[in-house]
Design a protein around this ligand. Sequence first.
Ligand code: NAG
Ligand code: NAG
Ligand code: NAG
Ligand code: NAG
Length: 442
Amino acid sequence: MRLRFFTLLCLCCCWFVSSEGETVSCSNIVSSGFRSDNISIADFGGVGDGRTLNTKAFREAIYRIQRLTRVGGTLLYVPPGVYLTEPFNLTSHMTLYLAAGAVIMATQDSSNWPLIAPLPSYGRGRELPGGRYMSFMHGVGVQDVVITGENGTIDGQGDLWWNKWRQRSLQFTRPNLVEFVNCRDIIISNVIFKNSPFWNIHPVYSSNIVVRFVTILAPRDSPNTDGIDPDSSSNVCIEDSYISTGDDLVAVKSGWDEYGIAYGLPSSNITIRRVSGSSPFAGIAVGSETSGGVENVLAEHINLYKMGIGIHIKTNSGRGGFIKNITVSHVYIEEARKGIRISGDVGDHPDDKFDPNALPLVKGVTIKNVWGVKVLQAGLIQGVKNSPFTDICLYDINLRGVTEPRTPPWKCSDVSGFAHQVSPWPCSELSSNQQGSCANYS
Ligand SMILES: *[C@@H]1O[C@H](CO)[C@@H](O)[C@H](O)[C@H]1NC(C)=O
Ligand SMILES: *[C@@H]1O[C@H](CO)[C@@H](O)[C@H](O)[C@H]1NC(C)=O
Ligand SMILES: *[C@@H]1O[C@H](CO)[C@@H](O)[C@H](O)[C@H]1NC(C)=O
Ligand SMILES: *[C@@H]1O[C@H](CO)[C@@H](O)[C@H](O)[C@H]1NC(C)=O
């Protein structure tokens, strides 16, 4: 029994992008971090009746963990029940442990929801100018935080926020469900995330982040409910998870136009594996906010159903930045509007101060072993006119379409690279002669 309460801390995983065969996993974990100190939200007056507001209980329990530091940190136990609360900050050296049947539920009263400053790499809130609402669970500058348990639920009750967004009655950018800003050594595992007001899990300016064995759910028509968005973060490992939301399942980002360029913090060493799910947008996405650069991304063993786009790498003029060394392999796609899209004209701008001559660099994208059925259009690869996409390598891809005689299977422009065993055969811009980094194909 005790074993399951051991908190596993991932301190030294090898996150570098592996070549096929020598699969590294984020379960290469150091088993330190057993929390000998265990407090329960009930000790702080927490009541799981679904009606009592538990804001004071959560904030006091976390304040206690912060002030009375114990060797090995403290586990905050949330027993079965529905705990309604306003948003709260997380602190270092803590485990938030949701028992089976525990639900931490966000209040729908947004009048008390604190506002915080925009992220410097975005210059403003992502959807509206000015500040933004703090995330439901928010970590700033913390380390050694674990959110885990027996698959309890963190419920954002997002429908109120979605409706306000639809009615255009929001004044500020909606809250994420969980955000870590400037944090390190974070594990999120065995938790269900439900109905986030906005993005679900957002690590930004952070490193050493593990997300595994999570389920993320939001209705297909819920606006901007991205699953996991590593943003200007490095050494992020996401695996063994199911994500079904209204927007991209995983989207790697790094800031927005002139603000992201000035901040200049890339996302690097991102591993995504054994993730499945469904979305009207993309399964595996890079972008569109990539102004700090994105490099060394490996996504493998991905199963996607009823998708907008299977794999979407997206940027725009004005973004600047770079997208380099991206590998996506072993993907199964069942029903999608498009299988693969790599595009240089996607996404909006923060304001009119962006520099239209800040062109993105896209170089070294390998997509291989993709099998798709009921895919309306195989691919769209459209580079930027004065910054063509190079070393785009497609190997062993079979995207079976629904007969749509007027849609060409592939559309390409301003792109060069290599294609081998791709069906339907892609556009002539991709050569059948190995070249550049595509020559590494074996
Ligand atoms: C923590 O305490 C709760 C009761 O407050 C108990 O149910 C749980 O098993 C304890 N967890 C650990 C790891 O000791
Ligand atoms: C990414 O991984 C490489 C190879 O392991 C390592 O050299 C580099 O420092 C890592 N980058 C970051 C930002 O940690
Ligand atoms: C969260 O922490 C910040 C400091 O990092 C503090 O200014 C803010 O008041 C806290 N918010 C809540 C709701 O506790
Ligand atoms: C929790 O869910 C994961 C899948 O995300 C599953 O592998 C695991 O067995 C579940 N754990 C419990 C205690 O139900």
